[in-house]
Design a protein around this ligand. Structure first.
Ligand SMILES: CC(=O)N[C@H]1[C@@H](OP(=O)(O)OP(=O)(O)OC[C@H]2O[C@@H](n3ccc(=O)[nH]c3=O)[C@H](O)[C@@H]2O)O[C@H](CO)[C@@H](O)[C@@H]1O[C@H](C)C(=O)N[C@@H](C)C(=O)N[C@H](CCC(=O)O)C(=O)O
Ligand SMILES: Nc1ncnc2c1ncn2[C@@H]1O[C@H](COP(=O)(O)OP(=O)(O)OP(=O)(O)O)[C@@H](O)[C@H]1O
Length: 497
């Protein structure tokens, strides 16, 4: 089922759109076209759409004007003239697209409580926790994460962590049409830097944490932080829930001008904080302090880092005045975030997990927890994904080797990068990082089999880096590969003998 089905009814006239854009816009051709939608991908254009032909890193959308027209586009928005369709010409169409798409679809976020979660780690988990808390509080929810887009009228696999502006507004409009009360969504730094969320009103912006990542896209950490901080500008969100366990969160909390609630799993000065944190192989307990309450909480989610994410969700819900007692019950019942410390059982005499950790900040939070579960060894399958910040690779190997007894380096998704050099960078880090035994096995399935074969009763195995991802990408080639399935198969064969 599709979750994105709205059309703008009644249609808007193209000349109204031009008027809305003001003097910055000129129109070539008739302004009488009736507009019922807007899209920035010619392959997704539907009859009655305006096609936004945007300049890109690789191509210019104007190259696809004929295709857009063939699919029923009635006009274009671009920074270039065209005689294919009536065209609204503006200097920076990507900058204007978000608010324009919101207007086309009736500004849907204004009739929804949209919670936007940004940060380096924890966005997906916090979005799932927000959704669980809101549903338990009786709110009909929609959710947009890098895993799934789910609403009252269906769900689909996500193609982006944060959708592009037109798709985002279409989805929000579909949620609003189906009497959704609140939406929990991830807001990536790409989504902020590329203006995908412009035109969306967030009731609460949530900041989880910030550590080195995505420096393939942002020139440096300050630019990365500045992109994240955009979410908390008054024009984007009405309130903020900010984690203060790192310097960037503390800086943000000191500078935001919207009402804010701080949270921390370590600092009791935070508005919402935790004490008595205890993580074991069955779940995670803590005492919640905040909003005048001290509440014992027992998460089914594994790992102390999920206390941070639960606090993020609860601080955001407190900022919005949601019933925390009901929300806590919902958060306690959430048993899995796909690919995030998912335990895999096949009767083996040791613990085995799949996790999405893919930066050193995540490794430093998770490995100590994994170590706490065993008196035996920690065996980690690690790698590095291609077309990402090359500066991550060596540290990923070094940090894994600091905490694990055995590190098995293998392929994740190299994309257009050379798989051998990806592995060698990670292995070089692992060999320098500690006393760990280091193996290099290019084939991921073989690496997983090796990990479970090496494991002794009581050990811990973690297959890291890909989480929920079901597709492995080598250049243009794609193959289905789900770590959870591969790990279960390897365990089943091991147990069968
Ligand atoms: C860096 C980045 O995000 N780039 C995005 C950007 O690409 P671009 O500006 O270079 O566009 P382009 O590919 O040159 O195409 C130019 C224009 O032609 C259009 N086009 C293109 C082909 C066609 O057949 N028809 C058509 O209309 C495109 O929609 C685009 O508007 O606009 C494209 C169109 O929307 C996106 O597909 C593309 O995402 C790329 C593929 C991508 O990989 N993005 C990732 C990095 C991303 O966004 N990741 C974050 C999460 C990061 C994380 O947390 O890990 C996310 O929010 O998903
Ligand atoms: N609060 C946290 N602090 C540190 N690491 C975390 C935290 N939450 C999750 N992680 C680690 O980060 C990984 C990704 O978690 P999650 O998907 O919730 O975050 P995310 O911000 O959506 O990540 P991405 O943007 O890469 O999808 C987890 O598998 C775990 O290893």
């Amino acid at each position: 089922m599709s979750v994105d089905c709205p059309r703008c009814t009644p249609p808007k006239l193209l000349r109204e759109m031009v008027h809305r854009l003001g003097r910055s816009a000129t129109l070539s051709g008739s302004g009488e076209a009736a507009v019922t939608g807007i899209s920035q991908d010619s392959r997704l254009v539907r009859a009655g759409d305006v096609y936004a032909a945007l300049p890109g890193r690789h191509r210019h959308g104007i190259e696809f004007a004929v295709e857009a027209a063939s699919r029923g586009a009635v006009a274009m928005l671009s920074d270039r003239e065209s005689d294919v369709l009536p065209t609204i010409v503006v200097d920076d169409p990507r900058l204007l697209l978000g608010p324009l798409a919101a207007w086309v679809y009736g500004n849907p976020s204004e009739s929804l409580d949209v919670y936007g979660v940004t940060g380096t780690n924890g966005k997906t988990s916090t979005a799932y926790l927000l959704d669980a808390g809101l549903r338990a509080a009786g709110v009909a929810t929609g959710m947009m994460t890098g895993i799934t887009v789910r609403g009252p009228n269906g769900s689909r696999t996500a193609t982006r962590t944060t959708p592009e502006a037109c798709e985002l507004q279409q989805t929000l409009a579909a949620f609003a049409e189906h009497r959704t009360g609140a939406v929990a969504m991830e807001v990536s730094s790409h989504g902020l830097a590329l203006h995908r969320i412009d035109g969306t009103s967030f009731r609460v912006g949530v900041f989880t944490n910030l550590a080195r990542d995505h420096l393939d896209f942002h020139p440096d950490m300050d630019a990365y932080f500045a992109a994240k901080a955009r979410l908390f500008e008054p024009g984007h969100c009405a309130a903020a829930a900010i984690g203060i366990d790192d310097e960037f969160g503390r800086r943000l909390a000191a500078t935001v001008t919207v009402p804010r609630v701080t949270f921390s799993s370590r600092c009791t000065a935070a508005d919402v904080h935790a004490s008595a944190v205890h993580a074991d192989e069955g779940g995670t307990s803590f005492t919640l302090h905040g909003a005048g309450a001290r509440t014992p909480v027992r998460l089914r989610l594994l790992g102390v880092h999920q206390v941070d994410n639960a606090l993020a969700a609860l601080a955001a819900l407190a900022a919005r005045g949601v019933d925390l007692d009901a929300a806590v019950a919902g958060i306690e019942n959430l048993d899995t975030v796909p690919g995030r410390l998912e335990a895999v059982h096949a009767g083996q005499p040791f613990l085995a997990f799949v996790d999405y950790m893919h930066n050193t900040a995540g490794q430093r939070r998770l490995f100590p927890y994994l170590r706490s579960l065993t008196r035996g060894r920690v065996i980690a399958v690690v790698g590095a994904t291609g077309e990402r910040d090359p500066g991550k690779r060596v540290p990923l190997g070094a940090t894994a080797a600091r905490f694990a007894d055995t590190v098995i380096v293998t392929d994740e998704s190299p994309y257009s990068d050379d798989a051998h050099s990806l592995r060698e960078d990670v292995a070089r880090g692992a060999r320098s990082g500690g006393d760990a035994e280091v193996l290099v096995l290019p084939d991921r399935a073989e690496a997983i089999v090796a990990a479970v074969t090496l494991a002794a009763p009581g050990d811990v195995v973690v297959v890291a880096g890909r989480g929920h991802d079901r597709v492995q990408a080598y250049g243009p080639r794609r193959r289905v590969f789900d770590d959870r399935v591969a790990l279960h198969d390897a365990l089943r064969r091991l147990v069968a003998g």
